[in-house]
Design a protein. Structure first.
Length: 70
């Protein structure tokens, strides 16, 4: 899972999360606070609040059973 910070339609940063710690109080908040501090100047220039999303990483492997390209 990743915590993603967006300003408008722009992805600013994505941080990998430990799945077992997501439910712990303050875990996500600490990352959000750090990102807001890190990108404070950019946030001020943009003039809108950042949006945060937790996104599950899905890596799909497709096995066609044949050679690549066939």
């Amino acid at each position: 899972m990743n915590l993603m910070m967006f300003l408008g339609n722009d992805l600013i940063e994505s941080i990998p999360l430990e799945l077992s710690r997501i439910s712990k109080p303050g875990y996500l908040g600490s990352f959000k606070r750090a990102m807001k501090v890190k990108y404070n100047e950019l946030i001020q220039q943009y003039g809108e609040k950042p949006e945060f999303f937790v996104v599950e990483n899905k890596t799909e492997k497709t096995d066609t059973g044949g050679k690549p390209g066939h």
